[in-house]
Write a new protein. Structure first.
Length: 112
């Protein structure tokens, strides 16, 4: 914290060097719960991934990418839910996306 205070109290008129900025700590690596092995090869994976990529207009999206980190919000989730219902005949609630904001998480909800 002292490094941050020292850096913030410095001369801000000069260009910032990336070596001077405090670097965030690496994200913790989640333990493999076995869910990844269940998702790989799942027939829902391709369909749900295609829908997410269409709605979010980006590709590729991986099974553990967080929809909110990808720029998703409640309106895009509503579009995804409607397309999943129409194309895949599956029902997922909006709250399920907030609790499980990844493709893998959504597949886990569907399988319950």
């Amino acid at each position: 914290m002292a490094d941050l205070r020292s850096w913030l109290s410095g001369d801000l008129s000069r260009p910032l060097s990336t070596t001077q900025a405090p670097q965030p700590a690496p994200a913790p690596v989640a333990a493999d719960s076995g869910q990844e092995r269940r998702v790989e090869g799942d027939p829902l994976l391709a369909g749900i991934t295609a829908i997410w990529e269409e709605v979010l207009q980006m590709s590729p999206i991986e099974p553990y990418d967080d929809i909110f980190d990808l720029g998703g919000h409640s309106l895009t989730i509503t579009q995804i839910i409607a397309r999943m219902r129409k194309r895949l005949d599956v029902e997922v609630e909006l709250d399920d996306f907030f609790d499980n904001p990844t493709i893998a998480g959504v597949i886990g909800v569907i399988r319950q």
